[in-house]
Structure formats: structure tokens, C-alpha cells
Design a protein around this ligand. Structure first.
Ligand code: ATP
Ligand code: MG
Ligand code: MG
Length: 557
């Protein structure tokens, strides 16, 4: 399907190209901080950055924004790469790391100090906060602001050498404590963190801040368009200021990166802050970052989402500068659309009750031809075993059904899909009143291809052969939160809105033998029930399926 590229970022890039900027070159980047797994919001940014690269026949870098060893880890570095590849994108060359630029960034910091544009400050974070002023009140200048260049150079070198404790000293840019933009009021460039880094080990104990890292990293990599979310709009003057400072006195570079902001993806009934997702993982509220209820890429994958469905979602959501909240139903629509086209239709009975066909020969097994996917003839057909004893859903039988109930009840007829029409003659109950067996007779003339095969009956049921079915565990998921905006309440913690019924594990489900061969993450339509996929831990010895989404939009809205 041809994608329509009309969002405002494409227009900005077209303008830059028309003006001959950057020598006609385009290079984008996706810059995750490896402090958590990627989520569906990141997918929007990935589709945008890699999508632009593809559209302009250019490239997109993957750059880890790894400037804070406290929260970062290789586990995240690895998962991020896996998720991007799984989504179907390929970055240019090797992954890049901001930490690879630490030495260059340090040299640029020295350059700023030499220019009188940076100073070592000894205020505590609290003091800095109180002296920062408000958007209408100018801030107070730090008493350390007018240190000599020599003293600043000496102190900064000693910061690097590890002579001071965390928090004792910082390096700040000397800009304007009265600027209406709070980010320009002598922002922090470096802080001391005595913790080993997942890549640079013990080499550094001072780490650059995001603002002092990002634009320069873009510059080093010759990124032309640095696309980020709207909250960075107020950082843009600082992004440009740092670039101006490091380029000062040098020839105009061929490529000058430009920051462009777009509205981040907000999705209802979930949270997307990595801090909150990490909390759910650490407190054991979910089974991990890839729990199928998580809005992470890995969670969606384990839930049965396909890369195409997520790309379709990103396309439908679009890219704009106005914040909005997208309904979870749109994500579900996308996976339903995709699986409707691709997923094989199979039979599974989640809550089985036995159905016995009293007039069917005791030892006979018939192989019934059944179409794999009515939406795609090329997927062909397969044979499913039929015999005297079957399982149907408990919900498909009522002892005393109302008139409009088109399933099975005493004296009523239904069609067994790909099989025969059967009539309920009797049933058996246990002492507690539960139906244990349903007795039917079948009409041999009603099989497909037989004279009575077109005889009309109101209901069609799915079933599995009781003698061939295999046991499976099926996990039904509901939304993780009961509130549309769980983290939108000032006085309440987002965890207060967790849905206690977000996971319902059914064991003793019966699935057709074909599913024994299913591989982790294979997706299927369980007829009449919805879309399901084999869990990542499913094996032919212990089959486990996750419900991806129902057949229809069942969201009460
Ligand atoms: P969090 O706030 O959860 O920590 P983050 O924005 O800090 O997320 P990063 O790893 O820094 O996470 O994000 C990498 C890129 O993905 C950034 O360019 C960021 O703007 C973008 N991004 C993050 N969240 C979203 C979102 N919800 N919608 C669109 N883009 C996003
Ligand atoms: Mg973050
Ligand atoms: Mg970030």
C-alpha cells in the first residue's frame, strides 16, 4: 500500500531541499536512551524517522543517548535493537553511542570555558533550583559565575580526574539568568556521577547533560533533521546556542542539524513513561517488560501484534504539532485488519463440554476438509478429524434457552462447522447441576457436498474432536488500567487504577491437533473467539496461547 507522505515534517524537509541546505543531503536518527524497553510511542518516532529516510532514499542512524549510567543498561541496548529490527527497519551502519563522543564533548566543554562561556559551580541542586527564578522573575547569578578561565579549567580537569564527590561541583553554561526561557538560565552541562558506565566503564566520572550532548552528537554524525517530541521545543534555543558556540570562528559547516518537534503519541488506558513501566516490572505487577499487557513493542509482539499492524497504526495516527490522545481501539483495529488477512482459522474450545453423537459409528474418524483462510485462497485448506465425541463451548448449550438463542438446546439443531447438522436429544448433569455431556444425533446427509448440506439451521458452532484434541492454556487479557488516563490524576498514584482482571488464565482448553506444531508467536484466528498467538514459552508439550484481540470491537465507549 502506498503511504501518503504529507505531514508537516516532509514539507519542512522539502523546503530545506529546495533552498539547497545541507548540500541536498538528508540523514535522520532515532535516539533512545537505553533506560527501558521501547514502547508504542517510540514506534511512532521510529516509523517517522526511518520512514523519512526511506522516502528520501536516505539513511537513519540509531544512536543510544547513553549519558546517564545510573539508569542505563546493556539489556536495554539489546532489546532496543531487537525491537527496531522486528518493526522492519534498518539503521545506517553500526549503532552509534553518545558515549563514543565523550572525549569530543569534553574538548568542546573546555572550549566553552576558554571562551568564558562556561564555569564550574558549587551550588547544590536545591540552591540552583531556588536561584533559577520563575518565568517572569529573573534568576540570581551564581556566586561562582565569575571565576577566572584558569580556575574553571583547573576545576573542570579535576572534576574529570575524580577529585570531587557526586554533586559537589557541576559545569554550567554562562548564558543569561534573566532569559525568559528557563533553559537558557545557565543550564548544567556536566555533573559528577561516580558510577561505571555500561560502555565506558570507569573511564569517566563526569557525564554531559542531554542538552550538551544531543545537538553536538547530531552535528558529529551530520544529521540534517533532528526530529523530537514537542517538550523539546523550549530546548531548541539551547540546542542552537551550543552549536553556535562550538562552531564559533570556524567555517560554516556543510551540514548544520536542525531540530523539528512533533506531538508525542498519547494512548488511553495505559502509561508510557519508562519510569512507570519500570515500576510495574520491578514490583512484579506485570510479568516483565514483555508482558502482553504492556504497551511496549516487546509486549505487543508477545501479545500477537505484527510489525505491519504497528506500522499501520503509526500511519493512521499521523504526525502533527497538536497534542491529542489516541484511543486504544485504533491499535486493536490495526491488528484485527492485519490478522484478518493473514491468520489461519483454527478451532479451539476454551471452556469445553462433551458432545456425544449417539448415532455416529463408534470407531469412525472422518477427516473434514476446512478452508484455512476465507480471505486468502492461497492459504489452502487442511483436514480436521471428526468422530463420535467432540467438545463444544459450554456457552453454546443451554438447558432452557430463550427463543433468540441460536445455539444448542434440547430439541434444537445446529451446524457443526465443516461437519454435520446435529440435533440435541438429551444431556446429563452432575450433582452440582453442571452439564457434563450433551447427546445429539447427526444427519449424515448434511455434510458438505451431500444432498442436505444446504439445509438451513440458525446456528453454526465450532468444535474439536475429543479424541484428537490437545490441552492448552489460554491467557485472556483485558486492558491493564481501568482509567482512560491512569497517570493523569494529581492526588492519586497511577497504580490505583490497575485493572484487577487484566489477566484471566484458562487451563484445560481443547485445541485441534494442528496447533501442536505451532511455534512461538504464530498467530491464529480461533473461530468465533478472536485472534490468538502462541506465547513465547509455548511448546508442543505445553501449549500456551495469548489472546491478541477479539473479533469485533467490544470496547464499551
Ligand atoms: P520517557 O519519557 O518514557 O523516558 P523518553 O522520551 O525519555 O521517554 P527516549 O528513549 O529518550 O525516551 O526516546 C527516544 C525517542 O523517542 C525520542 O526522540 C523521543 O522524543 C521519542 N519518543 C518517546 N516517547 C514518545 C512518544 N510517546 N511519542 C512519540 N515519540 C516518542
Ligand atoms: Mg526519559
Ligand atoms: Mg529522552
Amino acid at each position: 500500500t502506498p503511504e501518503i507522505k504529507s505531514n508537516f515534517i516532509y514539507q519542512e524537509i522539502d523546503k530545506d531541499l529546495a533552498e539547497g541546505k545541507n548540500g541536498g543531503k538528508i540523514l535522520t536518527r532515532f535516539p533512545p536512551e537505553p533506560n527501558g524497553y521501547l514502547h508504542i510511542g517510540h514506534a511512532k518516532s521510529i516509523c517517522l524517522n526511518f520512514g523519512i529516510a526511506k522516502h528520501y532514499d536516505a539513511a537513519c542512524n540509531l544512536r543510544f543517548d547513553d549519558t546517564n549510567p545510573v539508569k542505563e543498561d546493556v539489556e536495554y541496548v539489546d532489546s532496543i535493537q531487537e525491537d527496531i529490527k522486528w518493526l522492519g527497519f534498518e539503521w545506517e551502519g553500526e549503532p552509534k553511542y553518545a558515549s563514543d563522543y565523550f572525549e569530543q564533548l569534553f574538548e568542546w566543554a573546555i572550549k566553552l570555558i576558554q571562551k568564558g562561556k562556561a564555569y564550574v559551580c558549587e551550588l547544590t541542586p536545591e540552591e540552583i533550583a531556588t536561584q533559577k527564578g520563575t518565568p517572569i522573575l529573573p534568576g540570581k547569578e551564581s556566586p561562582f559565575r565569575n571565576r577566572s578561565v584558569e580556575e574553571n579549567l583547573d576545576l573542570f580537569q579535576r572534576m574529570r580526574a575524580g577529585e570531587f564527590k557526586d554533586g559537589e561541583k557541576i559545569l554550567r553554561a554562562k548564558i543569561d539568568m534573566a532569559s525568559p526561557n528557563m533553559h537558557m538560565r545557565d543550564p548544567i552541562m556536566y555533573r559528577i556521577i561516580s558510577k561505571p558506565h555500561h560502555r565506558t566503564g570507569d573511564k569517566w566520572c563526569i557525564y554531559p547533560m542531554y542538552d550538551f550532548t544531543h545537538g553536538q552528537s547530531d552535528f558529529i554524525e551530520a544529521i540534517t533533521h533532528s526530529i523530537c517530541t514537542l517538550e523539546f521545543e523550549v530546548h531548541r534555543p539551547l540546542y542552537n546556542w551550543y552549536l553556535d558556540q562550538i562552531l564559533d570562528g570556524e567555517a560554516t559547516p556543510e551540514i548544520r542539524p536542525r531540530q523539528i518537534e512533533f506531538a508525542r503519541l498519547n494512548l488511553n488506558y495505559t502509561v508510557m513513561s519508562k519510569r512507570k513501566l519500570l515500576e510495574l516490572v520491578q514490583k512484579g505487577i506485570v510479568a516483565g517488560w514483555d508482558d502482553p499487557r504492556m504497551p511496549t513493542i516487546s509486549g505487543l509482539r508477545r501479545r500477537g501484534y505484527t510489525p505491519a499492524s504497528i506500522r499501520m497504526f503509526a500511519d493512521k495516527v499521523g504526525v502533527a504539532r497538536r497534542e491529542n490522545v489516541i484511543d486504544m481501539g485504533l491499535l486493536e483495529y490495526c491488528i484485527r485488519e492485519d490478522l484478518n488477512k493473514r491468520a489461519m482459522r483454527v478451532n479451539a474450545v476454551l471452556n469445553p463440554v462433551k458432545l456425544i453423537i449417539t448415532n455416529y459409528p463408534e470407531d469412525q474418524v472422518e477427516m473434514m476438509d476446512t478452508i484455512n483462510n476465507p480471505e486468502d485462497e492461497s492459504m489452502g485448506s487442511r483436514e480436521i478429524p471428526f468422530c463420535k465425541e467432540l467438545y463444544i463451548e459450554r456457552e453454546d448449550f443451554m438447558e432452557d434457552p430463550p427463543k433468540k438463542y441460536f445455539r444448542l438446546g434440547p430439541g434444537r439443531e445446529v451446524r457443526l462447522k465443516s461437519g454435520y447438522i446435529v440435533k440435541c436429544e438429551d444431556f446429563k448433569k452432575d450433582d452440582a447441576g453442571n452439564i457434563t455431556e450433551i447427546y445429539c444425533t447427526y444427519d449424515p446427509e448434511t455434510k458438505s457436498g451431500m444432498p442436505q448440506s444446504n439445509r438451513k439451521v440458525k446456528g453454526t458452532l465450532h468444535w474439536v474432536s475429543a479424541r484428537h484434541a490437545i490441552d492448552a492454556e489460554v491467557r485472556l487479557y483485558d486492558r491493564l488500567f481501568m482509567d482512560e488516563e491512569p497517570d493523569g490524576h494529581k492526588e492519586k498514584d497511577f497504580k490505583e487504577f490497575l485493572n484487577p482482571e487484566s489477566l484471566n488464565i484458562l487451563s484445560g482448553c481443547k485445541v485441534e491437533p494442528f496447533l501442536k506444531e505451532s511455534k512461538p508467536l504464530d498467530g491464529f484466528q480461533f473461530q468465533r473467539l478472536g485472534y490468538f498467538c502462541a506465547d513465547k514459552e509455548s511448546t508442543s508439550e505445553k501449549l500456551v496461547f495469548n489472546k491478541t484481540v477479539g473479533l469485533r470491537d467490544s470496547w464499551a465507549k
